[in-house]
Write a protein that binds this ligand. Structure first.
Ligand SMILES: [Mn+2]
Length: 437
């Protein structure tokens, strides 16, 4: 048995931050049409929709035509559709169900648990579902769930709600409650980032996520899921990353960049690399990759990066086949390069720190450097395991016995960070800043 599952289309919406010249077909309505085409192509046994298929703000204008056309095509191919309503389409989906009696099953209308049993060509499936009766629901719908286990066939739960957010106004659910309720898997809606929770005992939980990526807050792959029931009766989940739009955070290390003109090629290279990587996964389905650039590294341009980088990359467009990658926004997280020699000649804590950093830059033969590292090693040993320094354990360079080079890198990095702090507190350290013409 093959089940195609998706939710949170929000038909009526377009992905945010797309440039105005972005291609047509980058809409939630198109993502629905793509899902229908895929269901027909694979000749699946069932399509499951987990709510918020239609966006509340735009519900009648864009949604009805494509939804009716798609449901009509699925009905003609005898592929049933089961759905629960979410907080956005609690009023639209029941009306749609009336137009498609027999093939479109809205389960649990009005917030009452209901079981729909379907005899598909791949076998019998029982779907226990609950639909939003109104926009806000502040209690866990599972509290009223009391359907008895079916005698045979696949047993699935279908629900729209917020997971492990106790104060949520959108049907707060608990992982424990769902996993112990009875069905072998819960197909969920509301959270737009795809998430499969499938370990240990208890039901599998799947948030299929929105099949079209809609916001930079949901980076990474998006697309429908294919559920397959194997011979052993267990479910297998396959994510199909078919979203035409994708958001990615791309880190660009500006270390060594000395001029404003050198920023753009550095960003372009990183964007090109990411586009090629994403295309390996998404293939011909990807049309637009929107990159959030996070500029990092230590550069003499530090204080000019924020001003220079956005105009330098706003019209950047890297093309590969049908796909284009552009920059959606920039976060600057670079650090300055300080003039260590100038600082070391001064006085106070920054001078002491600058002298230490200069010693660290000396070669391995330097006795001063060796002495410093021995001292650092002793201090580090004393710190390891003490609660406030637990984070140090996460640093691969801070393992129990780092070698001299790893230790030098660790001390140097911490030294630079401390120097940034000291100079920022002391009024910015303007007189010491190097290369800030
Ligand atoms: Mn929702």
């Amino acid at each position: 048995m093959q089940i195609l599952c998706a939710g949170d289309f929000h038909i009526g919406r377009r992905p945010t931050r797309l440039p105005p010249e972005a291609g047509v077909g980058l809409s939630a309505a198109q993502a629905w049409q793509d899902l229908v085409a895929l269901a027909l192509e694979r000749s699946v046994d069932l399509v499951v929709l987990t709510g918020d298929v239609v966006d509340r703000d735009n519900r009648y204008f864009e949604a009805f035509g494509p939804l009716e056309a798609g449901l009509d095509a699925l009905a003609r191919a005898r592929i049933p559709v089961a759905a629960v309503a979410g907080n956005h389409d609690y009023d639209v989906l029941p009306r749609l169900a009336e137009s498609f009696p027999g093939n479109f099953h809205l389960i649990g209308a009005g917030g009452r648990w209901e079981r729909v049993t379907l005899a598909t060509k791949g076998g019998t499936v029982h779907l226990d579902g609950w639909s939003f009766p109104r926009e806000h629901v502040t209690s866990d719908p599972l509290a009223a769930y009391a359907l008895a286990p079916p005698r045979e066939g696949l047993w699935l739960g279908l629900l729209h709600g917020d997971l492990d957010q106790p104060g949520s106004h959108y049907a707060p659910l608990t992982m424990e409650g769902l996993r112990q309720a009875g069905p072998v898997a819960w197909l969920l809606g509301h959270i737009h980032s795809p998430r499969l929770i499938s370990a240990g005992a208890g039901a599998d939980l799947l948030y299929p996520g929105s099949p079209l990526a809609l916001s930079p807050k949901e980076p990474g792959p998006h697309g429908p899921w294919l559920l397959e029931v194997g011979g052993d009766g267990r479910l297998r989940f396959e994510h199909l990353p078919r979203s035409r739009v994708r958001y990615e955070v791309v880190e660009v290390d500006l270390t060594g960049v000395e001029t404003e003109e050198a920023i753009r090629p550095r960003v372009a290279e990183a964007v090109r690399e990411r586009l090629e990587g994403v295309l390996v996964e998404a293939g011909e389905h990807l049309q637009h990759l929107l990159c959030r650039i996070r500029a990092t590294g230590r550069t003499r341009l530090h204080r000019r990066v924020a001003r220079a980088i956005e105009p330098a990359v706003e019209d950047l467009a890297i093309r590969r086949g049908q796909a284009v990658a552009t920059v959606e926004s920039v976060v600057v997280d670079t650090r300055p390069v300080w003039d260590l020699a100038g600082l070391a000649a001064g006085s106070g804590p920054p001078a002491v720190l600058a002298r230490l950093l200069l010693i660290l830059q000396e070669g391995e033969a330097s006795p001063q450097r060796a002495e410093l590292l021995t001292e650092a090693r002793t201090v580090l040993k004393g710190l390891a395991g003490r609660p406030p320094y637990g984070l140090l354990d996460r640093d691969p360079a801070a393992e129990v016995a780092p070698d001299d080079e790893a230790l030098a890198r660790l001390v140097e990095r911490q030294g630079w960070l401390l120097l940034d702090e000291l100079l920022a507190q002391g009024g910015g350290g303007e007189p010491f800043a190097a290369g800030e013409a």
